[in-house]
Design a protein around this ligand. Structure first.
Ligand SMILES: [Zn+2]
Length: 394
C-alpha cells in the first residue's frame, strides 16, 4: 500500500514494440511469388522442409485449466475497522488498527466481514451506511488487488483461490433501514451481503438486547426484511437483537441465520450474549455463532485473556458443536481486547491454543472459517430468486 506507481509507461512500451513488429511483417508476399519460391527451394534441394502436420478436421478444444485449490478459510465474522479508519482518519495499513490489512494477513485471515455500524442518533443513518461502504470500497481499491469485495459465496471462493482477502460488507443497525425494501435493495446493489437488524439501539425492524421493548421482538417491517433477505441469499445477523427478536427471526427465516459476534450467556451472563435455547435454535436451523472478544462479554469478574476466549469457544463447541461456531472478533469496535488477543496477528496463537485445549485440527479449521463458507452457501442455496437480485453480480 505504501507505493502506487503508475504502470502506464510499461504498457505503452509494450504497444510500441508491437507496432515495430507489425511493420516488419507488413511487407506483403504475393501468393504466386510464394509458390514459386517454394517450388524452387524443393527442386534445388537447397532446403528440405519437414512435412507439415495435417490440419485436424475438428478443432481440438483447449484443455480446461485446473482451478487453483481452495485454501483453508480463515474468517473474522465481524470487525469495525471502517469506523476506526474514518474516526482516526487513517488508512487500512495503519498500525493503530487492530484489524489492519497487514495484521489480518499476518494472522492468516482471508475473509473479513466489515461492519457498517450506525451510531446512535445520527441524522441520516442510511447516508452514514453508504459513507462507510464507500470508505471500505476505497480501502479495497487502494489495496492493489490484495483484497476484493465479494457478494456471493461463489465470488468468495474465486477470490480465495487467487490468494486474496475477501471482504464481505455487513450493515450493523436497522435504523438505516427505515425506508424498508428500497433501502435494503440499494445497499444490496452497493454490495452489502449481511444485514443486522439492530445495534444497541432498537430499530423499526426489531428491538435490541440493550433496549428490549414490550411488546418486543421482530416487527412486521422486520419480518418483511427477513423475507427480502431470504429470497436473495442475503445473510441475516441476529447479534445485538433482544432474545425475543432473535428467537422470532430464527423462526421466521427460511434460511439459516448468523450471530456474527455473540458469546454464550451460560458462560458470561450479560444480555448481549445468547442464552442456551437460542444457541440451540440457531444451530438447529444450520446457523453460525461467532465467538467475540470484547472482554466484558467473555467474563465479567476480571479482565479477560486469551485462555478465557479459548474456554468460551470450547464451551460453545460443547453446546452446539464445532460446525456452528466461528470467530467474530469485533476488533476496532472500541472493545476491551483480551490479553494475548489484541489484534488480528494474534489469531495463529488462538488457533494453537484451541488445538492444545483438545479440539482436533478439523474442528479448529471449521471454527476458523470453514463453517462460514458452508453457512453462506446454505443461505445462498435457500434463496428463491436465483435469477434476480441474488445473482452473482448485484
Ligand atoms: Zn456489534
Amino acid at each position: 500500500m505504501a507505493s502506487r506507481r503508475e504502470r502506464g509507461g510499461g504498457r505503452g512500451g509494450g504497444r510500441a514494440s508491437q507496432g515495430a513488429n507489425a511493420s516488419i511483417h507488413a511487407v506483403p508476399i504475393r501468393p504466386r511469388r510464394a509458390l514459386f519460391l517454394g517450388l524452387c527451394l524443393t527442386a534445388c534441394g537447397a532446403a528440405d522442409p519437414p512435412p507439415e502436420p495435417p490440419t485436424p478436421a475438428v478443432a481440438v478444444p483447449a484443455p480446461t485449466p485446473t482451478p487453483s485449490p481452495l485454501p483453508p478459510v480463515v474468517a473474522d465474522l465481524h470487525v469495525d475497522t471502517v469506523t476506526a479508519m474514518l474516526s482516526g482518519e487513517v488508512g487500512w495499513d495503519a498500525s493503530a488498527l487492530e484489524a489492519s490489512l497487514p495484521r489480518m494477513q499476518a494472522g492468516g485471515v482471508n475473509v473479513v466481514v466489515e461492519a457498517l455500524w450506525i451510531e446512535r442518533g445520527v441524522d441520516d443513518p442510511f447516508g452514514r451506511a453508504v459513507q462507510k461502504l464507500k470508505r471500505v470500497r476505497s480501502a479495497v481499491l487502494q489495496s492493489q488487488r490484495q483484497a476484493a469485495i465479494v457478494t456471493s459465496p461463489g465470488q468468495l471462493e474465486a477470490v480465495l483461490r487467487e490468494g486474496r482477502l475477501a471482504v464481505v460488507l455487513a450493515l450493523e443497525g436497522g435504523t438505516a433501514l427505515v425506508e424498508g425494501e428500497p433501502a435494503l435493495a440499494e445497499l444490496r446493489k452497493l454490495g452489502v451481503s449481511m444485514f443486522g437488524l439492530t445495534w444497541s439501539e432498537s430499530s423499526p425492524l426489531a428491538d435490541s438486547s440493550a433496549e428490549p421493548r414490550s411488546p418486543g421482538g421482530l416487527t412486521d417491517a422486520g419480518r418483511a426484511a427477513v423475507a427480502w433477505c431470504n429470497s436473495r441469499g442475503v445473510m441475516i445477523d441476529v447479534s445485538h437483537m433482544s432474545d425475543e427478536a432473535t428467537g422470532q427471526t430464527v423462526q421466521a427465516s427460511t434460511a439459516p441465520v448468523i450471530a456474527s459476534h455473540s458469546n454464550a450467556r451460560a458462560r458470561c451472563d450479560v444480555p448481549r450474549n445468547l442464552p442456551e435455547p437460542l444457541l440451540q435454535a440457531i444451530a438447529g436451523r444450520g446457523g453460525l455463532v461467532g465467538a467475540m472478544f470484547h472482554g466484558p462479554y467473555v467474563r465479567v469478574d476480571r479482565k479477560a485473556s486469551r485462555p478465557d476466549v479459548v474456554s468460551m469457544i470450547r464451551s460453545m463447541v460443547g453446546s452446539i458443536g464445532a460446525a456452528h461456531v466461528g470467530i467474530g472478533s469485533d476488533w476496532d469496535g472500541i472493545i476491551q481486547a483480551p490479553v494475548g488477543l489484541e489484534s488480528a496477528d494474534d489469531l495463529p496463537a488462538l488457533r494453537s491454543d484451541l488445538l492444545a485445549a483438545g479440539l482436533d485440527a478439523e474442528q479448529v479449521a471449521a471454527i476458523s472459517g470453514g463453517n462460514f463458507l458452508r453457512f453462506w452457501q446454505a443461505v445462498w442455496a435457500a434463496r428463491e430468486d436465483p435469477s434476480g437480485a441474488g445473482s452473482d453480480a448485484p
